[in-house]
Ligand binder design. Structure first.
Ligand SMILES: [Fe+2]
Length: 322
């Protein structure tokens, strides 16, 4: 009989198949590659992913069309999958240059939530009580040669590769690659991809080529960018919070408001002590007053939809309306 007061041991096989002591040592301190078995899980077969797309709520996905690798100008336009079936959507991505992010998949479908929870239970057990909360996950299906521009994320992150291959560049988490002002700007305005990037940064990046069965984890806020190789890619991204990450976020908010709205030059990023608690209360007050909403950019408009007759072609909605 199950004792509800006792933690249940899961009968499922571990997600991480080769956790080493170096992974424990480096988790959160350096970019690391781990081995997982999600790529063999039935929930990540193309049939299962097609079924998932078929019923996916509109408000939880983003379809993004981007510029070619190496092009100087960043383009990022959002679209709609139209009336295409899941299989047709995957075929379109296979033939186009875009990515589909099934955001919040753990909230949309509890079977993926169970996997995400199991993954972070294993992390906690391997990394001495590393407690996470507010975990979310997205499934990214992206075209051959698609790219994700250089950017910084505020929550903790990892990237599990499921199908296909990609090259991931992870940059140092210090200036000029990452500055406090950039973190504050992202916290205040919620635009991750407007961070400046120079080609020479790559000389300082740790570069990973990953395939199904690889997972990457990197230090908090480490800038990164991604280039797909010449094949369809499926990845699972996870985001999470810890108490330390939450405190960093409060500092980003408080210092950002002080710098941008009060013209001050906050220097401390301490996440404990009297100065920290004063900033924590300050930013909470500003947030409660709803003042940040006006500072945030409007959502991107939906500019295109997939063509259901030519896989990979997109139709401009403006054209279609004319
Ligand atoms: Fe990211």
């Amino acid at each position: 009989m199950i004792d509800p007061t006792q933690p249940q041991t899961t009968a499922a096989a571990p997600i991480f198949t080769d956790w080493q002591s170096e992974h424990t040592r480096d988790w959160g301190h350096a970019p690391i590659r781990l081995s997982h078995r999600l790529h063999q899980h039935p929930l990540f077969s193309f049939d299962a992913l097609s079924d998932l797309i078929d019923g996916y709520p509109r408000e939880h996905y983003a379809l993004v069309h981007m510029g070619a690798q190496g092009s100087a100008r960043r383009t990022w336009r959002e679209g709609d999958i139209g009336g295409l079936s899941g299989h047709k959507v995957i075929e379109a991505i296979q033939n186009g240059r875009m990515w589909l992010n099934l955001r919040n998949v753990a909230q949309v479908d509890h079977r993926y939530r169970d996997l995400l929870d199991q993954m972070f239970t294993e992390v906690r057990d391997n990394v001495g009580g590393y407690e996470t909360y507010g975990r979310t996950s997205g499934i990214l299906i992206s075209s051959p040669n698609a790219q994700v521009y250089y950017h910084i994320d505020l929550p903790g992150q990892s990237l599990a590769q499921i199908h296909g291959k990609k090259r991931v560049y992870v940059y140092p988490d210090k200036p000029p690659f990452l500055t406090p002002e950039q973190l504050e700007g992202i916290a205040l305005y919620e635009v991750e991809v407007d961070v400046p990037y120079e080609a020479w940064y790559d000389e300082h990046a740790k570069v990973f080529e990953i395939a199904g069965g690889d997972m990457l984890h990197w230090p908090l806020n480490a800038p990164h960018r991604v280039e797909n190789l010449e094949c369809l890619n499926v990845s699972m991204t996870t985001e999470y919070w810890t108490e330390d990450i939450r405190r960093n976020q409060m500092i980003n908010m408080a210092n950002g408001i002080l710098r941008q709205k009060a013209g001050l030059q906050p220097r401390s990023r301490a996440t404990s002590g009297a100065g920290f608690w004063a900033k924590a209360a300050f930013q909470a007050g500003v947030r409660r007053a709803g003042l940040l909403k006006q500072m945030r950019k409007a959502k991107r408009p939906i500019e295109f939809r997939l063509d259901d007759t030519t896989p990979g072609r997109i139709i401009e909605l403006r054209e279609a309306a004319e």
